[in-house]
Design a binder for this molecule. Structure first.
Ligand code: AMP
Length: 467
């Protein structure tokens, strides 16, 4: 073991150390211990760090130090530091951190994102702004209207750069870069390193120092991962059962579609479990409110899509559930990184239908380990009626026979249905070892889904399907 670094030994200004002490932090996290001296030294930085490692303070603290010790004065609408982030939630949280750590400094900050009225932002830009935290789209709107001037930026941060590229922001980022002065310090943070990220880093960073805290593309080790094999049509009932059975008080659940998030939240509420959905179609006000209720414990379950959940920062979040597996394997790493943060342990459970086995194989390849298959406890009784997925088409009637009614065609244990998942022989519980049960006659409703619309959101190649 090396000698432990302390915040005091990192030579940060006294008002920053005081704010850190107020926040209750005693020692820097590994990313902070590595990144802070590099940023203070003034060069460019390439940092591989997942959310939950303390990376926000890793760049915010030395930036505050720089800006407070260098003489230059920010002017109205002309920030000295620009922090670009992919989502509104992350923008709000990063700016909150800036305020927290900078509370004893005479520096000002502003957060800027889309989906809200632009007028208050115009107004805020008429005052001095030292640190601007922004999502790329809204920042470009302001640049177009000349309400913000980026010519005074001394430090640029691209936070969660991999996600910004996944979300298709590369052209917006390039336009923003063109508005910055050539002479500046660049810090790039990313959880994963694709060829695209490397290309962006090569064009942006000059002789960067690199720091890395988690192995690349690996799952946070402190998260206990498991999965249940379960037909899609049973997932909602199973999840309600699990929440009650385990008495989970704070669960973040990921769905692949916004519609699926709404339907699931509605179902849980119907079952007497407090729940809220958070996704891109919700207003910013609704998203903020849902997140606040989840944080303060008045809502037990937050159902989120990948993009909306990005940046959700909750200390000690004990349980994440993947209601559906993501089709981009890296998203699995991002999702389960919501738990097991800042040294806490956490659990991530995935509910996996036969159709998702291809996604599962891609995820296991990426994380280089197999996720433990756990049989569903005997206490769970599958519903008597198999609901059609809301985005499913009714099964086509087979030639000469009427279509089975929902509740008949795909019932486990019935002719034409699948083997009961919870009672599968152990061989069937292993990925790859299990062959899906033959499906004579009409297809069960859960196999009649439309292609998943979210695939189009990502630039990454969609994973191959398991069938
Ligand atoms: P981040 O990876 O920046 O999203 O941070 C994850 C969480 O760790 C946040 O809730 C921070 O408040 C917390 N955190 C950051 N630095 C420290 C530290 N040195 N000690 C304890 N907690 C920290």
């Amino acid at each position: 073991m090396t000698v432990e670094t302390t915040f005091a030994s990192l030579a940060l200004a006294e008002p920053i150390l005081r704010a850190i002490a107020d926040a209750g932090y005693t020692t820097p996290t590994p990313i902070q211990a590595q990144a802070i001296p590099q940023v203070l030294a003034g060069g460019d930085l390439l940092a591989a760090a997942q959310t939950g490692t303390g990376k926000t303070a890793g760049f915010t603290l030395p930036i505050l130090h720089h800006l407070s010790t260098k003489a230059a004065q920010a002017k109205p609408g002309r920030p000295r530091c620009l922090i670009l982030v992919p989502t509104r939630e992350l923008a709000a949280q990063v700016e909150e951190s800036v305020k927290t750590y900078g509370k004893y400094l005479p520096l000002t900050s502003m957060v800027m994102f889309g989906g809200v009225n632009i007028n208050p932002q115009f107004k805020a830009l008429k005052s001095r702004v030292d640190i601007l935290v922004a999502t790329p789209g809204r920042l470009l709107d302001h640049l177009g209207q000349k309400t913000v001037d980026l010519s005074g930026v001394e430090i640029l941060v691209l936070d969660e750069a991999d996600r910004m590229l996944d979300m298709g922001f590369i052209r917006d980022i390039r336009k923003v870069l063109a508005a910055l002065p050539k002479q500046r310090q660049n810090l790039l943070f990313s959880a994963t390193f694709s060829d695209e990220i490397r290309a962006l880093a090569n064009g942006l960073l000059h002789n960067p120092k690199s720091v890395e805290v988690a192995r690349r593309n690996t799952t946070v080790d402190v998260v206990e991962q498991s999965l249940h094999r379960v037909p899609q049509a049973h997932k909602r009932d199973l999840l309600a059962h699990l929440i009650k059975h385990h008495d989970w008080q704070q669960v973040l659940v990921f769905t692949r579609t916004k519609h699926g998030a709404n339907k699931l939240a509605e179902k849980l509420i119907k079952d007497g479990i407090t729940a809220a959905a958070i996704h891109g179609n919700k207003s910013q006000g609704a998203r903020t409110k849902a997140l606040a209720s989840f944080k303060d414990g008045s809502v037990r379950v937050l159902v989120a899509t990948d993009i909306a959940a990005r940046g959700i920062d909750i200390d000690q979040l004990p349980q994440v559930v993947n209601f559906e597996l993501p089709n981009v394997p890296e998203d699995y790493v991002h999702r389960i990184g919501r738990t097991g943060r800042a040294g806490a342990t956490g659990a991530a459970l995935s509910l996996v239908d036969d159709e998702e086995m291809g996604y599962l194989r891609d995820i296991e390849k990426l994380i280089k380990c197999s996720i433990v298959r756990v049989e569903i406890e005997p206490g769970f009784v599958p519903p008597a009626r198999v609901e059609l997925m809301s985005d499913a088409r009714p099964p086509r009637p087979a030639q000469g026979r009427p279509a089975p009614r929902a509740g008949q065609g795909g019932r486990p244990g019935q002719p034409g249905g699948r083997a009961p998942q919870g009672k599968a022989p152990s061989g069937q519980a292993r990925a790859g070892a299990a062959k899906p049960a033959p499906k004579p006659g009409p297809q069960p409703a859960s196999h009649a889904r439309k292609p998943r619309p979210q695939a189009a959101l990502f630039s990454a190649k969609p994973a191959t399907r398991g069938h």
